[in-house]
Ligand binder design. Sequence first.
Ligand code: SAH
Ligand code: SF4
Length: 365
Amino acid sequence: MIKTSILDAGKLQAFAKERKLQPFRIKQIYQEIFNNQNIDFSQMTTLSKDLREDLDKHFSVVTLKVDKLLEDKTTTKIWFQTHDGYMIEAVIIFHRQDEKYNKNDEEKLNRITLCISSQVGCPMGCLFCVTGKLGFKRNLTRDEMVSQILFANNYIKQKFGKQEDGSLYSVRNVVFMGMGEPLLNYDNVKKAIEIMLRQEAGFSLSRRHITISTAWIIPWIKQLVKDEIPVKLAISLHAPNQTLRDKLMPIAKAYPLDELNKALSEYVNASDNRIFYEYIMIKNVTDKPELAHQLVALLRKKLAHVNLIPYNKNPAIDLVESDAASIQAFKKILEDGGLTVTVRDSLWRKMKWACGQLGYEKLIK
Ligand code: SAH
Ligand code: SF4
């Protein structure tokens, strides 16, 4: 039997009413989950033993099953199984304090980012992306997305415990850069973000610490503006002109570049947020100097930051990563043109663990 998600407020209310529980009990349950970062009812010691057992019979906190977990000092990758047998993935990234500021041997843990999936597979079929090669299976529910954070917070608590100020270590940044295209699962992503931002029965994350990465699905970018969803936006641009873009991201032919520009201007005007543009560095495909000049012309007058992502190679796709010299030359043209630029650091890029590699194992099976 599939248990009900504890985040189903209606079902939890009905459960509480049937048992004549005081309203503060529900608050206590959510505090155990979100503040104390517990995912097993047996760990929730502020609740009576009877209530814990009763809850355990009817509800689950994390609605995904952990299939496998791989960890090292800077990254933990988790494979989750959904109730209907699909695999999805999330990656926790531990940013440590720069060694030069740190006199101790043990580098201090600075902040923790979680990269979550929004779909099983992805329908966009981008040329360079392993997830795209898997095809699309289904959207994740709100609670499946939230479950990835709940599990990560419990794992982080067990691994690191409390910070100096006495609060528990937890996920501080959430990025929708795992499997799937978040804006094609708009309603559920929106509901998951509500829980991320919520103070009560939520993660109290700052809106600046949530990023939607999207392969430029224009109608849904407009919807984001309309619904005033205040989170950060990363646009997977990858090409400064329509011809190259159509080649790399074939399904997006329906969304012309000038329309994207209009939608993004609306977003910037409404939110005052700067937009992060992701640009993949593939040898002899996206890294030519003339493309850098085109990118400058496209973005110069905008509130923009460019993130150059060296292509993560894998055997299933016949493309090659740009060499370091080409990346630096490309970066220089952008900077000379007045853009701010970063090259994505190595934490994100470990083979098989990083963006565009999610689903890799499944593909090679
Ligand atoms: N579908 C969304 C979010 C998931 S992909 C999107 O495309 O934005 C997260 C990021 O990884 C995107 O910027 C995507 O373009 C990038 N990516 C995909 N495959 C990659 C690869 N092989 N190497 C490097 N980055 C890749
Ligand atoms: Fe989907 Fe993003 Fe991969 Fe494209 S890059 S196939 S949109 S997950």
